[in-house]
Write a protein that binds this ligand. Structure first.
Ligand SMILES: [Mg+2]
Length: 286
């Protein structure tokens, strides 16, 4: 009898282990597949292209007024507003001037999530296409004598390939100084872009910021979803004039906010948090 009990216990244990591993794999798969719709939207929808062209066209129309108005600044706080400085625009790179939608698609095809090795392979290819509207906007800004600074959270190790990609797509690289400011390129250049924005603002009048993530505009982007929307409302006068934002439903600090900016969560935890934030018809008003 004891032998049967032991065999039964061992079989049960094996079944539980098998179910646990199938469950984990299932959660990973579910998480990855949930990214397919937003990636398809970025890759195929005419609406995405219309939105980016629309955002850049509005930004372009604001440039003459931004140049003429010496009080105009995209950096909140008067300490940064020095009218005599040459004008500059700070631009993010990923999903702002270069599109990684094909990289996002590759991750789904490989049934995997973001990892540095695959992103390095993608950036090394230097084949990311431009975000629609970005080339025309930058060309117009340059004609008006405005300097462009790229402030990206791509790691400094990717600078050479990133510069090659920007150059191939006709984006301006300054010859006299470095206008591609990478994360970790200098001490203190962290994920929070504040120190790099301040560095540019020290020598230039920053008239506009363009990005796809709240973190591209303000260091107060790391709150929960309600706090993040309050930041957007606080700067209501900036959007569409001093700050131009592009759509990115595939990834960003909006998603990290759902996870409380914890980077060690597994797929099951993330799926659960996504469900918790999903509001239905009977949910209390946010
Ligand atoms: Mg970006």
């Amino acid at each position: 009898m004891k032998v049967f009990a032991r065999i039964f216990f061992t079989l049960r244990l094996l079944m539980v282990c098998a179910m646990a591993s199938a469950g984990a794999g299932g959660a990973d798969q579910a998480l990855i597949l949930q990214g397919m719709k937003s990636t398809l939207w970025l890759q195929t929808s005419a609406e995405y292209e219309a939105l980016t062209i629309q955002a850049y066209a509005a930004a372009r129309r604001a440039l003459p007024e931004a140049l003429a108005d010496k009080d105009w600044s995209a950096i909140p706080g008067s300490a940064h507003n020095t009218p005599s400085l040459p004008p500059a625009i700070i631009m993010d790179i990923d999903e702002t001037v270069l599109s990684n939608a094909r990289f996002q698609g590759e991750l789904i095809k490989r049934a995997t999530t973001f990892n540095r090795e695959l992103f390095k392979t993608w950036t090394d290819s230097a084949t990311a296409p431009p975000v629609p509207g970005a080339p025309a906007f930058i060309e117009a800004a340059e004609k008006l004598g405005i300097h462009i600074f790229f402030v990206t959270n791509r790691d400094a190790s990717l600078e050479s390939a990133t510069r090659t990609n920007l150059e191939r797509r006709g984006f301006p690289l300054e010859s006299g100084f470095d206008n591609v400011l990478m994360r970790n390129e200098k001490p203190g250049w962290t994920r929070d872009k504040e120190s790099r924005r301040a560095l540019v603002a020290h020598d230039y009048r920053v008239i506009m910021i363009v990005g796809d993530d709240l973190n591209d505009f303000t260091s107060a982007a790391a709150g929960n979803p309600t706090e993040r929307r309050a930041i957007v409302e606080k700067y209501a006068d900036f959007w569409g004039l001093r700050w131009s934002i592009l759509p990115n439903p595939a990834y960003g600090s909006w998603e990290q906010a759902l996870y409380g900016f914890r980077r060690n969560l597994d797929a099951g935890d993330k799926l659960q948090l996504r469900r918790q934030y999903l509001q239905g018809g009977n949910s209390p008003a946010p």
